[in-house]
Design a protein around this ligand. Structure first.
Ligand code: ADP
Ligand code: MG
Length: 627
């Protein structure tokens, strides 16, 4: 038997371990189980290449709770360790890694970030245990079993033992009083599901009862039987080659990942890279409705099938965090803080690669089956539009497949659309005016006016669309977006053939104050226009610039913060060619004139669903009284 001090730097390590005690201490289980997996995989490799005579046998890893003794045991049938190896790997090497860690993070205040990702490995068990024991028997024939124990200080015991008869390692944790949650089966079960669900070696936690049926018809016999409860799927879909998987397999895997989701994903992207970095994974496009609350923590990050995190902020571009699925990479450094991770070169490369892959896949689906792509468009557009705004490379690629839908529900790429409207909707200054509506019903009268002129109207209703328009206007020369209700249609697309005004300038000057006196001045700007006599006498519009600024300030960005609070301002467009307008001008009775202006304005508001409250009540009452 030997006793000793683990090594000087160990003095530093235990206080650190204990400091983390109140944070993410549950990760100890992930560390110990993944060590057990490593040991098992090592033995499998050794026997395969003929370096070990051991008979593999059943290599299921066991996790056991003993409530009476207050212990938690992790048992594997892997390579095992001799006393020399325990000394080397546990007493010395384990700390050299930890020492680095201590040096690196000692003075940093980002403790909270590190936790959960720091690589204390085996020693993380001291976050929850007052004493840890190792019983281990090496696979090398003729080895003597090793026993090691330590009580959370630099003193340890290491000796040979006869207590361990089977090959492999038992790690026995004597849990702290305040860690007795880890004696609860439900808690351990939850943690195993979280961290170990896709580990490559079967992990057993307890037993479960199954019902077996034998015989048929009247002879049918049902017997209940207890079998090991295996918590994990050892060969998840992402570890297989895409060629070996069918559509159903992907859907099945989606259900394994999200047992509580009932909807199938729209499509998947299988990532499979060996060079220049290692990356496997499957990403799913979920259905995302424009007004749905966006969920960001759905993608899970694994390192060699060990769950690391589902917070991928900074690891993949923000817009892709709306996807679902799994990313697994050996090359993502885990033993570091998140800010370090975000700055890491490998992580950046991986992030770029994923973005590119997603764009390529979308493009190939678009090319292969445009009809299907169009059918899915409404469910995926939020992610794609978000991506186009936040990533220039993605924007470029997405130009090929991003779709714009018009009010007739036809889909176009932007280039196709420009082509479609260029003859009709180029104004006298050579600008191409893209007309759009945000709401088909709400802006119905304006859509109609545009269509009567032979113009086409897009339906743009996603939340970030004003940002996207801004971007498209920047990228495409002489393209301007205008919402159909932002001005009279002839003003939106100005052509040379201006309609002559029936009213002289003098008459207009006389009319303006008459109207202004009879409306709320702070709300409306009166705008005299000579439009077609078939156009409405009064139209209420919201200037494009105003509305867009307001929308953008509400969805963030554009340096327009605070404008969302601005009061609503309207233009009141008065069509000087409409007979009613001449009638108002010619009316001698001041009372009657006032009434005409008010009612015409109210009708204009009403046609746009802008007449509310008392104004609406009074208006309706007046109409009744007239009947
Ligand atoms: P890491 O796993 O990163 O090497 P750990 O602190 O988790 O660091 O483990 C230290 C070393 O202890 C391992 O590299 C391994 O050699 C040894 N070890 C730990 N657990 C086991 C086990 N269950 N079976 C065999 N060896 C183990
Ligand atoms: Mg480890």
């Amino acid at each position: 038997m030997s006793t000793g001090k683990i090594n000087v730097t160990a003095d530093n390590i235990f206080p650190i371990i204990k400091k983390f005690l109140y944070s993410d201490h549950e990760i100890f289980l992930r560390e110990l189980v993944s060590n057990a997996v490593d040991a098992t995989q090592k033995l499998k490799t050794l026997t395969r290449i003929g370096e070990s005579d051991a008979t593999l046998g059943d290599t299921t890893i066991q996790v056991k709770v003993d409530k009476k003794k207050k212990t938690l045991t992790i048992r594997d049938r892997g390579v095992g360790m001799t006393t020399d190896e325990v000394d080397k790997y546990i007493n010395q090497l384990a700390f050299s890694g930890a020492e680095e860690f201590v040096k690196k993070y000692e003075d940093k205040a980002e403790g909270a970030d590190i936790i959960g990702h720091f690589g204390l490995g085996f020693y993380s068990s001291f976050m929850v245990a007052k004493k840890v024991e190792i019983f281990s028997l090496s696979h090398v024939s003729g080895s003597k079993a090793a026993y090691w124990s330590c009580e959370g200080d630099p003193e340890f015991t290491l000796e040979e033992t006869t207590k361990k008869k089977d090959r492999g390692t038992d790690i026995v944790l004597h849990l702290n009083k305040d860690a007795d949650e880890f004696l609860e089966e439900a808690r351990i079960s939850e943690l195993l599901k979280k961290y170990c669900r896709f580990l490559p070696v079967p992990i057993q936690f307890g037993e479960k009862e199954i019902t077996e049926t034998q015989g048929e018809g009247g002879d049918k016999k049902e017997t209940k039987k207890k079998v090991p409860d295996i918590v994990n799927v050892t060969n998840p879909a992402w570890t297989k080659a895409p060629a070996d998987l069918k559509d159903e397999d992907y859907k099945e895997f989606y259900k394994q990942l999200y047992p509580y989701t009932f909807e199938d994903p729209l499509f998947h992207i299988h990532l499979n890279v060996d060079y220049p970095f290692n990356l496997n994974g499957i990403l799913f496009f979920p259905r995302i409705k424009p007004n749905m609350e966006l969920q960001k923590n759905k993608i899970q990050l694994y390192q060699n099938q060990v769950f690391v995190t589902d917070n991928l902020e900074g690891i993949v571009p923000d817009f892709l965090t709306l996807l679902h699925g799994v990313i697994d990479s050996k090359d993502i450094p885990l033993n570091v803080s998140r800010s370090y991770l975000q700055a890491d070169g490998a992580v950046k490369k991986i992030s770029n690669h994923i973005t590119k892959k997603v764009a390529d896949k979308l493009n190939s689906i678009f090319k292969k089956d445009r009809e299907d792509f169009e059918a899915k468009w409404n469910d995926i557009k939020v992610i794609i539009e978000y991506g186009m705004l936040s990533d220039d490379k993605f924007f470029e690629k997405a130009q090929k497949f991003a779709l714009y839908q018009n009010v007739q529900e036809q889909h176009f790429t932007f280039d196709e659309y420009k082509d479609k409207i260029k003859d009709q909707q180029t104004d006298k200054d050579g600008n191409l005016i893209v007309l759009y509506a945000a709401n088909k019903d709400g802006q119905h009268s304006f859509i109609k006016k545009a269509e009567n002129k032979g113009y086409d109207v897009l339906l743009l209703d996603s939340p970030i669309v004003s940002h996207l328009m801004q971007k498209l206007e920047g990228e495409h020369d002489k393209v301007k977006f205008a919402r159909v209700d932002s001005d009279s249609i002839d003003k939106l697309i100005k052509k040379d053939d201006e309609v002559v005004s029936k009213l002289s300038d003098e008459q207009k000057e006389k009319l303006k104050p008459i109207i202004e006196e009879n409306i709320e001045k702070e709300k409306f700007t009166v705008q005299m226009e000579s439009l077609d006599s078939s156009e409405s006498p009064f139209t209420v519009t919201v200037p494009e610039f105003m509305r867009r600024m307001k929308e953008m300030s509400m969805t963030g960005g554009g340096g327009m913060m605070g404008m969302g609070d601005m009061p609503d301002m309207y233009n009141l467009v008065v069509n000087t060619n409409h007979p009613l307008v001449s009638k108002i001008l010619d009316e001698k009775d001041g009372e009657k004139q006032k009434q005409m202006v008010t009612e015409a304005k109210n009708l204009a508001l009403l046609s746009q669903n802008l007449l509310h409250g008392e104004a609406l009540t009074n208006f309706v009452e007046n109409q009744f009284n007239r009947l």
